[in-house]
Design a binder for this molecule. Structure first.
Ligand code: TXA
Ligand code: MG
Length: 341
């Protein structure tokens, strides 16, 4: 950054912090996705987040802090395992659910007695939180139900007019959200898979589990709402690559016959299979690098909307490691329309 940029950068952070201190809304970059930030301790400010996104008020927000000591300001009875996980993964894409302190209003936690806390690694995010001087509540900065925003243009498309400022920090380097881990009961559980994988977490705490449908303890309230859905309908196909390609080619043909504009979400290894298909084919990256697929996922879903396709036929991924999180997003985007072929 040259000196002029540094000056502009500092001025932009100050302006954004002023807006949040005054009870307004600022969209800001984090390493995962853009966040829609407000003062986490101000009930009025937090209500504006729900209104701007069209989000249900029972869906709690993640509270973002800039340094470790701030954890004690918002969370109570912090277990040893939380400190171990913070040591391993903070700053970074892990949100930890802990008992909340009274200072955190129920508006922020959707009425729950717990709070999700995250210390992001993105420099701009941390500079902003530090400048505001209080924790920032921030959901992903998209209209409720849409794919998360991974750059400023996505935020503008969904929320312009409804928020006070967008702090443009370029594309979010990870592109998929944080892992939400519940540490408020034992054994600890992943409520939302994200960039930090189950395998990563088990290296620090071997008892980690992933939420499964039979668990009587509640899941993240947010998981019951539709998510990540572009305007186009999405169908996910999983199986052997040749079978997946054959099923997609067949389905694309059927849709073409009834006059539907089709999109195929392929990868570098398979994009050429679809050369003969009348469809908009976009590669999400190489299967060999799932990080790239995660980085491109939301952007590509939004790109299909830009081209006005009616239906997106998406290749699935092996549901392990980060692929598990990618598949979670794709299957939700499809409204659970995932086909084994
Ligand atoms: O990467 C991220 O986590 C991004 C960036 C901006 O930090 N934020 C994000 O927030 O994805 P959001 O609101 O889109 O997703 C947060 C998820 C929701 O499913 C919500 O229900 C869950 O976390 N959550 C938040 N607080 C919770 C709590 N106290 N108990 C259970 N689930 C909680
Ligand atoms: Mg979200």
């Amino acid at each position: 950054m040259d000196r002029t940029d540094q000056k502009n950068y500092t001025a932009a952070i100050r302006e954004a912090a002023g807006i949040i201190k005054g009870g307004g809304l600022v969209s800001f970059p984090t390493e995962t996705v853009y966040g829609l930030g407000a003062n986490a301790l101000g009930p009025e400010a937090v209500r504006k987040i729900f209104a701007a996104k069209g989000r249900s008020p029972d869906n709690p927000l993640i509270v973002h802090i800039a340094s470790m000591p701030e954890l004690d300001d918002v969370a109570d009875d912090i277990p040893q395992v939380a400190l171990k996980l913070a040591g391993a993964f903070w700053p970074g894409p892990l949100a930890m659910i802990l008992l909340k302190k009274d200072i955190v209003p129920h508006e922020t936690t959707g009425g729950l007695g717990t709070v999700a806390v995250r210390l992001p690694s993105h420099e701009t995010a941390r500079a902003l939180i530090a400048e505001v001087g209080v924790p920032i509540a921030a959901p992903s900065s998209n209209a409720s139900g849409k794919p998360s925003a991974t750059d400023a243009a996505h935020v503008e498309a969904d929320l312009s007019g409804a928020i006070d400022m967008i702090l443009d920090g370029g594309p979010s380097p990870i592109g998929i959200e944080s892992t939400v881990a519940d540490l408020s009961s034992f054994p600890p559980r992943i409520l939302r898979p994200g960039f930090i994988t189950l395998e990563d977490l088990r290296k620090i705490e071997p008892s980690f589990e992933v939420f499964d449908g039979r668990d009587p303890r509640p899941r993240s309230p947010g998981m019951k709402y539709t998510h990540y859905s572009p305007a186009a309908r999405v169908i996910v196909f999983s199986g052997e690559p040749e079978n997946v390609a054959a099923a997609i080619i067949k389905t694309a043909g059927e849709n073409e016959k009834i006059g539907k504009k089709t999109g195929v979400m392929a990868c570098d290894e398979t994009a050429r299979y679809y050369g003969g298909v009348r469809a908009r084919v976009i590669s999400a990256g190489s299967r060999e690098r799932v990080n790239d697929i995660a980085f491109n996922l939301f952007r590509v879903l939004r790109e299909f909307d830009f081209y006005g396709v009616d239906i997106i036929l998406a290749e699935g991924y092996a549901a392990e490691g980060l692929g598990f999180s990618v598949m979670d997003r794709l299957v939700r985007a499809s409204g659970e329309a995932a086909l084994k072929v």
